[in-house]
Design a protein around this ligand. Sequence first.
Ligand code: AMP
Ligand code: MG
Length: 481
Amino acid sequence: MKPQNTFRFEYSYLNLPEKFFSFEYPEVFIKPEIVKINDKLCRDIGIAPENLLRIIDEIKSGNNDKKFFSQAYAGHQFGHFTMLGDGRAIILGEHILENGNRVDIQLKGSGRTAYSRNGDGKATLKAMLREYLISEAMYNFGISTSRSLAVFKTGENVYREQVNDGAVLLRLMKSHIRIGTFEYAANFCTKNVLKELSYYTIKRLYPELINEDNPILSLLRKFIQIQVNLVADWMRVGFIHGVMNTDNVALSGETFDYGPCAFMNYYNTSTVYSSIDHFGRYAYGNQPRIIKWNLARFAETLLPILHDDENIAIQLAQNEINEFDNLWESVYYEKMLKKIGFEAASPDLYFLIDDILKLMQKNYLDFTNTFFMLSDENAREIISNKNDELKEWVRIWENIITNKVGIDNAITVMQKNNPVLIPRNHIVEKALNEALTGNLELFENLLKKTLKPYYYEVETDDFMNPPDFDFETRYQTFCGT
Ligand code: AMP
Ligand code: MG
């Protein structure tokens, strides 16, 4: 695709009633400075990377027909219903790709909006670089996610616990509509408006559902499948989102809002890094339960439009939510069994996953490296020799693998499905801290490594070791920085 000089913006979201947005202008930053541009992604969406800063400046000059907006939404935060909205993000427009697809281009950290409450609407350089790095890593794992186009320093200070460089992130998403958008409509708008939002969402994200008998019910069903698949993908790479509030769950099924997220090192279902998650609501092992809870909140919002008869509507919604457990089990084990070499999953194999995970937790084993090591004969010995229980697991697994699929086939499957490299917290921290001093070498190196996360080469070794326990137990991540 030939790069062009500007975005091709449309504004379909603005056809929704005015209650869904507020027109906003990004703050004018006197001295914006590029820190990182995603050249490849720019080109993929038809924008010449070298023009990006000028394009943003032009868009912001106001000398055009641009209609920037922030979205209104509500959401359950840590289980409590609240009115929210984009407090520090502005959608510049919906860029139309060459294939006709539509992506939101959003500026995050560009100042206060109608929904900022007490916040300053700003973001720190460290947090925006972190989102850039992790969202791109997720993309390279093959996991649905928002993408990062660029990070600019604003030239301003942003005050948190200390003084930070301010920055904005330019990000891209199929759509920023979230469960919280539906909660907003269900709580503060009429039934007709809720219907309008639902049909807008269907047409934009799942147009194939429009001709179904009950497209709203089909949307619910589809969304449950999409989220099950997404969260099972998180589990398979040890990703902890950290703030699975309903306002951070996108109807598109893209992972987004990377604030307090992190990758788990030593396997433990109760792993939590977020500084505000005191009770472990969003711990690694709780993620399936939480997404089910979030999906139930979504189903509730649809009740008035699922069926005219309230009792039937409740029954329809309940039936779909009741499907969750079986669906989760099959999708989760399908993905996890690939990690130990089974392309095809069957319930008689589930115990192998349950058992190895229990042993990992008991023996403080690294999640990523253990799976990686199982695919190498010598490394497998190391695991096997740790103790009798692990030896026995390896023996049983080897037996089943040999009988069912053959070890060579298994290893091929494992190598395709087990990341060699995850953005490990201690390395991410080091890369970001160095980036703040202007040295992006490690940041770039890590980013480059994440381009091929399933591919091992000797140089990857430096990125593979988990941090020591001391770091791991002290490490904390933060929201809204
Ligand atoms: P999150 O859970 O991080 O997505 O954010 C929850 C809510 O807080 C959203 O409505 C955000 O827009 C808002 N928010 C986060 N940081 C800021 C900030 N610095 N200024 C204003 N609003 C913010
Ligand atoms: Mg959010």
